[in-house]
Design a protein around this ligand. Structure first.
Ligand SMILES: Cc1cc2nc3c(=O)[nH]c(=O)nc-3n(C[C@H](O)[C@H](O)[C@H](O)COP(=O)(O)O)c2cc1C
Length: 374
């Protein structure tokens, strides 16, 4: 049986990826802040939400499309920006770009993507949003924004939950660094995962493709602790397209972002990778939705693993939902075929969930899909 045929859930993709990836890469992707309790709590709060099944509503025609900014996306989820995706499989960035083009859904393109931001938006046929990290002294911000504009990006996502890179012990124990260094333990790790090592060597070691030469360098571990509301204001002045701030878990921050003219907020704990003791992002989504009213665009990521999770996030107040790790695991497990399979699994799960709930389209926060004890 081919590997993609073994993927019937995102958990299957993770299980298969775990066998194929070197431990260093698996732990970089799967790892979280501290002992991972924040990430686990975020997911268990999503799991704890109960849905309200209904009968006899004629749900034979179900529509998964949703509007994001001024665009109709053909499916209700997209891909969160992730650095060094090509570590999961050679050309992973381009597999994601092709999926974004096919489904007309946004793909987040990380500052530290392993394919250039220019190439990704071309292959994604415009369905890409550029994610910006504020650099330590702000120097690379201006040039990255100019490059994003010049190559046709219309949405800029500024990630603000990384004043310092979170401490992720699983990554640290494996000696993960970018660009990575191959010492004795990494050599052994790569040798016992030959399928990954040979294909990665044949395709060239993944690099931070937006840097090098005239574009200078990027230090992943550099401090961004000096960023203030004034820096955000400057970015707002420089960027006339849609501006999204990612990594928000506080109601007052959200209110201030709305007040300073940010177009949308991505409620996210960075997949639990930054602070172990974060509040569950799905509960903060509901709080922030209540505070900002029904119209302000809110996006969500962190811990989404299934179609039921996607429906729950919409019911808790999201206008669009993103996934991170599961797509990397699907590509590590079975390349582009694995990504295609996982995508269809998530679509099927979402559609079947709607049918169970008596709905024909993605629910909003005022719908009756959430079950609560009377
Ligand atoms: C391997 C990896 C790399 C990431 N790199 C970035 C990044 O460069 N920029 C960013 O804003 N978020 C980054 N994130 C966070 C994701 O955008 C997203 O918030 C998170 O993965 C969502 O949680 P999930 O993995 O549980 O779906 C990264 C996450 C992972 C797993």
């Amino acid at each position: 049986m081919t590997a993609q045929n073994k993927i019937h859930s995102s958990a299957d993709a993770r299980r298969l990826a775990r066998k194929r990836l070197p431990w260093m890469v698996f732990d970089y992707i799967d790892g979280a802040a501290g002992e991972g309790r924040g990430e686990a709590l975020g997911r268990s709060e999503i799991q704890a939400i109960r849905l309200n099944p209904r009968i006899l509503s004629d749900v034979s025609h179900r529509d998964l499309s949703v509007e994001v900014f001024d665009h109709q996306a053909n499916c209700p989820f997209g891909i969160s920006p992730m650095g060094m995706c090509n570590l999961s499989a050679p050309s992973a960035d381009l597999m994601l770009a092709r999926a974004a083009a096919k489904h007309q859904c946004p793909l987040g393109v990380s500052t530290v993507s392993s394919t250039s931001l220019e190439k990704i938006i071309e292959v994604a046929e415009g369905h890409a949003w550029f994610q910006l990290y504020y650099s330590g002294d702000g120097s690379s911000v201006k040039s990255l924004i100019e490059r994003a504009k010049a190559s046709g990006y219309r949405t800029l996502v500024v990630t603000l939950d990384v004043p310092e890179v979170g401490r992720r012990p699983r990554e640290l124990r494996r000696g993960f660094k970018m660009p990575f260094k191959i010492g004795v333990s990494q050599f052994i790790d790569f040798a016992v995962h030959p399928r990954w090592s040979i294909s990665t060597l044949l395709n060239g070691k993944p690099e931070m493709a937006n840097f090098g030469g005239e574009h200078g360098s990027f230090d992943r571990t550099e401090s961004r602790a000096g960023a203030t509301w004034d820096h955000l204001k400057k970015i707002r002045e420089q960027w006339q397209g849609n501006l999204v701030v990612k990594g928000v878990l506080n109601v007052e921050d959200a209110q201030q972002l709305k007040a300073v003219g940010v177009d949308a907020i991505q409620v996210s704990s960075h997949g639990g990778r930054q602070l172990e003791s974060v509040p569950p992002p799905i509960l903060m989504l509901r709080e922030i939705r209540k505070a900002l009213g029904p119209k302000y665009p809110l996006f969500f990521d962190s811990g989404i693993r299934s179609g039921e999770d996607i429906v729950k996030a919409y019911a808790m107040g999201a206008d669009f939902v993103f996934l991170g790790r599961p797509v990397l695991f699907a590509m590590a497990a079975a390349g582009e075929a694995g990504l295609t399979k996982l995508w269809s699994v998530l679509e099927d799960e979402t559609s079947i969930t709607l049918a169970q709930l008596g709905k024909t389209s993605m629910p909003g926060p005022s719908s009756d899909v959430l079950w609560e004890l009377a």
